[in-house]
Design a protein around this ligand. Structure first.
Ligand code: NAD
Ligand code: TDX
Length: 333
């Protein structure tokens, strides 16, 4: 049996991975280590068998706690992070503490106990592409992050690489594109617009809305991470993406259409400072080397299912809606 620690396992993507492992690896036990910040929610992992999943509330920067857990583990899959660009522009400090000091603390523990480590990162470490550039990000694209969020993620990736090279830590890294699906916090683009429509608020598009994101369903992200954890080569980076480029305007209009509204019934609001123009992932290394394929690639039907989930789970998001919108209103967004 394998004992796997999933940091940030009560967040959007980490909790999806916990469900995936419970379903796919019946002899593994998962320990979720999560601080339950505003973005963590125990409801995301509720109902899983108690003999398969344990929960520890704590900070990944707490060296004593981390050491005691890592000592008993076979692997750590590291999702915990401050994850929202807009928050990082208002107050970068928690991004330094969690994304940099937290990752450093985990690396020191896996180094001491010789435990396998997989680091979850983002395509944002590569900066952005022009709209008409035929290029996509590959594992060889130079790092060029734009925001406090993406620069701390880039820094955490570099720490992992250094700990592999200098200390022989058994680590891999994956950099994924924009995820969507159920349980995503409503501060993020897609759930914000869906819950706006449900709440009778007009969707809010930053600037002209021509920015492009490369969407992947979070279920596909989880299957890719399990693949890299089990079969990835130590010291390697794998890009995860599902060829899902869409501009923001198209996505807002599709959400409105799928929700039976006028597709042009939305507001243009203040743009994000330093707003990355386009992300696009070339995931051919992961596909060729490890044989991974995404399964949830029909964006229209994935979005329709996501809309249905938010519509049916108002109790999950409604308590946070007013606070999230008040914060955006202050920034004119
Ligand atoms: P999220 O904000 O929904 O969840 C983050 C989780 O980490 C929460 O449960 C939170 O309580 C926990 N956490 C935060 N600080 C902590 C700390 N100091 N100690 C312990 N737990 C802490 O984020 P998400 O969207 O699920 O992203 C998860 C990971 O995936 C992040 O590393 C992010 O950079 C990466 N990623 C996200 C996307 C995306 O589209 N959302 C894309 C690529 C990579
Ligand atoms: O209300 C909005 N209106 C809008 O037009 C919001 C919240 C966002 N946007 C735009 C900004 C981006 O171009 O939509 C796009 C997506 O925004 P976010 O959901 O904030 O995601 P992004 O900044 O692209 O980062 C996400 O993908 C990469 C995740 O939050 C990161 O954790 C991940 O690393």
């Amino acid at each position: 049996m394998a004992e796997v620690i999933v940091t940030g396992g009560a967040g959007f993507i980490g909790s999806n991975f916990v469900h995936h492992v419970v379903a796919e690896r019946p002899d593994w036990h998962v320990t979720v280590l999560d601080k339950l910040t505003y973005a963590g929610n125990l409801a995301n992992i509720a109902g899983l068998p108690e003999d398969r999943v344990s929960f520890v509330k704590g900070d990944i920067a707490d060296a004593d706690l981390v050491d005691a857990l890592v000592e008993k583990a076979d692997a750590v899959v590291h999702y915990a992070a401050e994850s929202h660009n807009d928050n990082s522009l208002q107050n970068p400090r928690p991004f330094i503490d969690t994304n940099l000091i937290g990752t450093y603390t985990l690396l020191e523990a896996v180094r001491r106990h010789n435990v396998r480590f997989h680091h979850i990162s983002t395509d944002e470490v590569y900066g952005d592409l022009e709209l008409d550039d035929p290029a996509r990000f590959t594992e060889h694209t130079p790092y060029n992050p734009s925001s406090p969020y993406s620069s701390t993620k880039a820094g955490s990736d570099l720490l992992v690489r250094a700990w592999v090279r200098s200390f022989g830590v058994q680590a891999t890294i994956s950099n994924c594109s924009n995820n969507y699906g159920p349980y995503q916090h409503i501060e993020k683009f897609i759930p914000r617009q869906i819950t706006n429509v449900v709440a009778g608020i007009r969707p809010k598009l930053y600037g002209a809305g021509l920015n492009v994101r490369d969407w992947i369903h979070t279920n596909d992200h989880s299957s890719a991470v399990l693949k890299v954890l089990e079969e990835g080569r130590i010291g390697e980076t794998y890009l995860i993406g599902a060829d899902g480029e869409q501009n923001n305007k198209t996505v807002v209009e599709l959400i409105l259409e799928l929700m039976g509204k006028d597709p042009h019934d939305y507001d243009h609001v203040n743009d994000r400072p330093g707003h990355d123009l386009r992300y696009a992932i070339d995931s051919s290394k992961l596909r060729a080397e490890l044989g991974w394929q995404p399964k949830f690639t029909d964006f229209r039907s994935g979005l329709a299912d996501t809309i249905a989930w938010y519509t049916e789970h108002e109790e999950w998001w409604a308590p946070q809606k007013a606070e999230v919108e008040a914060k955006y209103a202050k920034a004119g967004q």
